[in-house]
Write a new protein. Structure first.
Length: 706
């Protein structure tokens, strides 16, 4: 036992002692199990070998999964020698280590001067002959490294040493593999931590300049470099422009443009892959013009693309690491930052766009000549524009404690109970009077619309000043009334003049003269009826009471209407069929107005009926009302239009040929006149079969005869 642990160069193992081998194995595995640091493990393995197998120096080359050198160590007489890479690369290529890697077999070189596998070190320095053993480090068939021991005494190593080193090699292989994995996971953890730290910093702001600055700071810290710069691709994707930079020459860097494909940055943007360039000045991709412009001396560069939604939008360049070279973790860390940067930059750009759109809408809102309020569903004011403040006479602050109902009468018939008519994005409008500052009143048309603001339903009220329009409407109506009114007496004179003429016409006079006179009389009567109806309409619209309702026999009114329309019916060979039930009570009515209602309905029936058809004009009692009707066999009215035709200017479109002349005023007059009497009017109709216009008049309380 003592012989093993305390073994010194030369006397370690001479002859394979099974017991010693076992002890050695236990010892080696115990020694190695406690270390995880790769360098430490390598050093321990070599020292254990030198102690127990014997030798002057030893080395280990660690290989990665592809058989390429990952790390290495040389120990000479208890001392670790740094900077071994070049030499070991050589032996791995042409020397003994290369043979072991290829054959996965231990090798015994009794005398280096007499073995072809041993190659002189580069530079041709001839070394003195020695003896060497080398073994593959195999962990479950996987080659993780090559262990070599050298003894200055040729012929020193024997087959026994070889089997011993093989056994140690097998043990060491697992320790090396574990340490390698550990180192890798440490490195990955380091990368993850660096990226995670950058992530929280970079995503903390939405201001583009701030975001760019943070990206630079994070890169500088994570990679420990002298300078960092960031370039973004122009919208056309053809050039990179440097937008941000740190370091001594940062001011000169900003604004510089390079074409896609130009320089290392352009190469990265074009390829979409990151790169580490250890010696920029001697790299063909390097574009010295930027250094010339800025006066900076670039040595080593790490550069990665910045991506947003899979697209390259720019690059980050890290220059001159403080240790002179980038290490293996730097590129993945920078790539991680590149990915974060893409998302952060895109968010910041979208945010900027949104902000400017918001500002534009804010201006539109503020500068509108309409007053605009935004309220909750109860009408409590949340926002008001300048015009609203001006009209109401309160500043926005005070308006926030008010409700729209405070300064106008809301039309709940239009809005619906609890604003029901505004649901699902519908809008309504109505007219009202706004109580403005200093008791002013503004006639307004109000448009109310429900909007969703940040997921919450709110109401938008737009108030348009219609004072001027109202004034003009009033003026026009007054003017029209005046004209209708003033038409009446000259028309009456014409009618009576024509009457006199007719009476004075000798009975034996030429019948042509009589018929011309008849036409003149009928036409004048029509103009007279029209003028009266228009005057009534404008009066009733202005809210005035209707003419002179008094008890009147319905049969008489029907008769008068039939007489007035008889000539028109004759011309179209249409039969007018009176159907007034006998013994009806009198109706409370202005006979002249109701006669004109009936004439309107009969004239319409004539207008929309074919030759030879029949029109029935009847009346019957229905409770406290007399129901009058005009029934035709004409073209009928589509269901959709049956209510609308009673509105002013409403006409039914029945194809190019079906239209007749008319203004759509007749039925509007009928409705106003009937409703003014306390009755109702409606139509029942089937397309192609005919229409029945029905209206009611209250039965007169007095004079109820049979
Ligand atoms: P006008 O006849 O001057 O167009 P009205 O107010 O009298 O205006 O009628 C409105 C519309 O109703 C008409 O244009 C016509 O389309 C429809 N209408 C009215 N009466 C009838 C009817 N008896 N048969 C078919 N359509 C009718």
């Amino acid at each position: 036992m003592a012989a093993i642990t305390a073994a010194s160069e030369g006397d370690a193992v001479h002859g394979a002692n099974p017991r010693s081998s076992l002890d050695l194995l236990v010892h080696v595995s115990r020694e190695l199990a406690s270390a995880l640091d790769l360098r430490l493990v390598l050093e321990r393995v070599i020292k254990l070998c030198l102690q127990n197998v014997g030798g002057g120096s030893g080395s280990i080359i660690v290989l990665d999964d592809n058989g390429l050198p990952l790390d290495s160590i040389i120990v000479v007489k208890d001392k670790v020698i740094q900077e071994t890479t070049e030499q070991l690369k050589f032996t791995l290529q042409d020397g003994l280590a290369g043979w072991v890697r290829k054959n996965r077999q231990p090798a015994l070189v009794a005398d280096t001067s007499a073995d072809a596998r041993w190659q002189a070190t580069p530079g041709g320095k001839q070394s003195s002959p020695k003896s060497v053993v080398a073994a593959p480090l195999l962990a479950r068939e996987r080659l993780v490294g090559i262990l070599t021991l050298t003894n200055p005494e040729p012929g020193f190593y024997t087959e026994d040493h070889l089997s011993l080193i093989k056994i140690i090699g097998e043990q060491a292989a697992f320790a090396v593999q574990n340490a390698r994995l550990y180192a890798e996971s440490q490195r990955n953890a380091g990368i993850m931590t660096a990226i995670a730290q950058s992530a929280s910093a970079i995503s903390a702001s939405l201001q583009l300049d701030q975001v760019l600055q943070t990206i630079l700071e994070q890169t500088t810290d994570a990679l420990d470099v002298e300078a960092v710069s960031l370039a973004l691709l122009d919208p056309a994707g053809s050039a990179l422009a440097f937008r941000a930079a740190t370091g001594k020459r940062s001011k000169q860097v900003i604004g510089i443009q390079v074409a896609l494909g130009q320089g290392i940055a352009g190469w990265v943007a074009e390829r979409g892959e990151g790169v580490v360039v250890p010696d920029a000045q001697n790299d063909p991709r390097f574009y010295p013009a930027v250094d010339e412009l800025t006066g900076y001396k670039t040595q080593a560069v790490a550069c990665v693309p910045i991506r947003a939604r899979g697209r390259v939008i720019g690059v980050i360049e890290a220059l001159n690491p403080s240790g002179g070279v980038f290490d293996a973790a730097d590129l993945p860390v920078l790539e991680g930052i590149g990915t974060l940067a893409g998302t952060a930059i895109e968010h910041a750009q979208l945010f900027a766009q949104m902000e400017s759109a918001r500002a534009r809408y804010r201006e539109l809102f503020e500068d509108s000549i309409d007053a605009i309020f935004v309220t909750d569903l109860q009408g409590n004011i949340l926002e008001a524009n300048r015009q609203a403040e001006l009209w109401i006479g309160f500043d926005e602050e005070s308006l926030h404690s008010m409700n729209v109902h405070h300064f106008h009468e809301a039309d709940y018939r239009t809005l619906g109970k609890d604003m029901a008519n505004l649901q699902n994005g519908r809008s309504v409008s109505y007219e009202s009077i706004l109580q403005g500052q200093g008791n002013t009143q503004i006639a307004v048309e109000i448009f109310v619309h429900s909007i969703i603001v940040e997921g919450v339903e709110q109401l938008q009220w737009i108030l348009r000043d219609i004072t001027e329009r109202k004034r003009l409407d009033q003026l026009r109506e007054d003017l029209a009334s005046m004209i209708y009114h003033d038409l009446r007496s000259p028309l009456a004179n014409v009618v009576s003049g024509l009457d006199v003429l007719q009476m004075m016409l000798p009975a034996d006079q030429d019948p042509t003269i009589r018929s011309v006179l008849d036409i003149a009389m009928r036409s004048t009567e029509r103009v007279q009826r029209l003028a009266n109806s228009l005057l009534d309409t404008s009066r009733m619209e202005a809210g005035q009471r209707i003419g002179n309702p008094e008890p009147n026999a319905v049969a008489d009114i029907v008769q008068a209407a039939l007489e007035a329309t008889a000539p028109g019916a004759q011309a179209k060979e249409i039969v007018l069929d009176p159907a007034v039930v006998k013994g009806l009570p009198k109706a409370m009515a202005d006979a002249e107005m109701i006669r004109r209602v009936l004439i309107n309905l009969i004239e319409n029936a004539l207008k929309y009926s074919e030759h030879g058809k029949k029109i029935t004009v009847g009346a019957k009692r229905n409770g406290d009302f007399i129901e009058l009707y005009v029934q035709d066999q004409g073209r009928g009215i589509p269901k959709a239009d049956q209510e609308r035709i009673f509105e002013k200017f409403a006409r039914v479109q029945m194809g190019a040929t079906g239209n007749t002349k008319g203004l759509g005023l007749g039925l509007a007059y009928c409705k106003l006149a009937v409703e003014g009497h306390g009755g109702e009017i409606w139509v029942e109709s089937e397309l192609g079969k005919g229409s029945r216009f029905i209206f009611t008049l209250p039965v007169a309380r007095t004079g109820e005869l049979k």
